[in-house]
Design a protein around this ligand. Structure first.
Ligand SMILES: Cc1cc2nc3c(=O)[nH]c(=O)nc-3n(C[C@H](O)[C@H](O)[C@H](O)COP(=O)(O)O)c2cc1C
Length: 266
């Protein structure tokens, strides 16, 4: 198995059911980023090794708790102990492998491709009264119906992010025709109550700002926040939801806010 320290800030376990070897695979990235990633999983030992707690491997493995995986994992740790790779504090030694640079694309090429992707628009809101914060996303994504989950990606520079994380809850207000000004205000007004000066904002069942007449409002408790590249991926468990019909959604496409054309006849 391989603990993979990606250059997107994500740590994963590759080949979790391969018990014949253990190493730490590191993507090309800045030295301080490498050291921070290593400190998340264990301790560096010299130039070429990392000391890992077996519980880190168990935490990363999607198979932990399955009888067969646990049996093979125990055997692997026993083998490593016999070979002298496990120290007195039960930390196992893993070799570092530096991944070869892979092809990638520039931010401009990325943006050109993403402009081709139509996406709905939502106002993410949090807080109460003078402590309210908000920003606009086109990255709201449906994740799961049971449990009911949605998520969105927030650039870590977004001014509303510290409030969203401190409140640990958010509302996603899906915007429709007639709510273009909400987008405009939320992208230009200073962070805080001024962002709510367009539209009628009510207090939702969870105490979050919800837009009267939004296509849908989803009041959520945050269950995870993960660093992915420049963004935080925030997942919320939907506690309350309402939806309206009869208005058309706003759509972000080719760098602009648009209306969705009529449905094609079947
Ligand atoms: C249509 C549209 C969609 C956007 N989608 C996102 C998004 O999904 N994630 C994000 O971090 N920013 C997104 N932005 C940008 C943020 O809304 C905005 O840049 C952000 O609020 C940063 O400024 P602020 O810190 O003043 O809020 C979007 C902007 C627009 C106009």
């Amino acid at each position: 198995m391989r603990v993979y320290l990606t250059n997107a800030g994500v740590v994963t376990l590759l080949e979790p059911a391969n018990f014949r070897g253990l190493d730490v695979l590191i993507d090309p990235q800045a030295p301080d980023q490498i050291e921070r990633a290593i400190s998340r999983i264990g301790k560096r030992e010299g130039e070429g090794h990392v000391r890992l707690s077996p519980s880190v491997l168990r935490f990363l493995s999607p198979h932990a708790g399955e009888a067969e995986w646990e049996e093979n994992f125990d055997k692997m740790i026993a083998y490593a102990t016999k070979a002298g790779w496990v120290d007195d504090s039960n930390m196992v030694r893993a070799h570092i492998t530096f991944a070869e640079p892979q092809p990638s694309i520039t931010p401009d090429v990325f943006k050109a491709a993403m402009r081709a992707l139509p996406a709905g628009i939502a106002a993410i809101t949090t807080g109460q009264g003078d402590g309210r914060a908000a920003f606009i996303v086109s990255s709201l994504v449906s994740i799961s119906a049971e449990p009911p989950l949605v998520g969105f990606f927030a650039n870590r520079t977004v001014s509303a992010l510290p409030t969203i994380l401190a409140e640990n809850k958010f509302a996603a207000n899906v915007l429709g025709t007639g709510q273009e000004d909400v987008v405009q205000t939320m992208c230009s007004a200073p962070q805080g109550p001024a962002r709510f000066s367009n539209g009628t904002w009510l207090e939702g069942k969870n105490g979050l700002p919800v837009l009267d007449g939004a296509l849908a409002t989803l009041e959520c408790d945050i269950i995870s926040s993960t660093t992915v590249g420049t963004h935080q991926f925030i997942v919320g468990h939907i506690r309350h939801s309402s939806s309206a019909e009869a208005i058309h959604p706003l759509v972000n496409f080719n760098g602009g806010v648009r209306h969705l054309p009529e449905r094609l006849s079947a």
